[in-house]
Design a protein around this ligand. Sequence first.
Ligand code: CMP
Length: 227
Amino acid sequence: MIDPGILRTIPIFVDLADSELKELTRVCHIKTFKKDEVVFLEKESAEFFYVVLGGKVKITIQGGDGKEVILSWLTDGDFFGEMALLDEEPRSATVVAAEKVDLLTLRREVFLRILRENPAFMQRIFTVLSNRVRKANHQIESLALLDVYGRVAGVLMDLAMEDGRRLPDGRIRLKLPPHREIANMVGTSRETVSRILAGLAKHGYIENLGGKAVVINESFPKPLKNG
Ligand code: CMP
């Protein structure tokens, strides 16, 4: 049985009473997925709500041409799988373990009951969903208004803000995802991403440190809108 102390550290559960958390420990399960293992596929029917206890998952959809489009990465404390449980439609996206990941699973009826009985829990879910719509709007805006150079630069800035480490001289050190994944985030080819990153390095906006590590220099251009 999962330790209630672990549940207490998960942001969406912090408002639950001790008795509710204890009850939750009896009905939730932990599932571990290896890197690249599929948690579920887009269009499948839905039975569970998931919370990431440790590790990272990738949320993707399949474009008409079979190309993968990356919507988001979720990590410790993030949840997913709520949409299909709420609107009773099939899964809206595929979820894959981006590295080994431990997931807490709750059955549909348990998730819906907690939601009904706990306004504070519901508000936390709504807050995250609002934030996801905001990010999706930002993605739509950059697809509509930025050229591919601007979109790659935008993704680099977003990754730097989310995962980067600020160095004493103000620059940001960051581990880049594979070029193919950046390409799938901005709707272009791997070759284009490699060419743009090489161009950014040539002009001194980024420095390659070897492996996947780069430093983003302070001269890095802010993505400009075309329209
Ligand atoms: P569901 O549709 O049940 O299954 C796929 C899940 O991916 C979905 O619920 C959400 O939890 C999650 N998801 C879908 N779109 C996004 C997005 N744009 N950003 C983050 N997570 C998403």
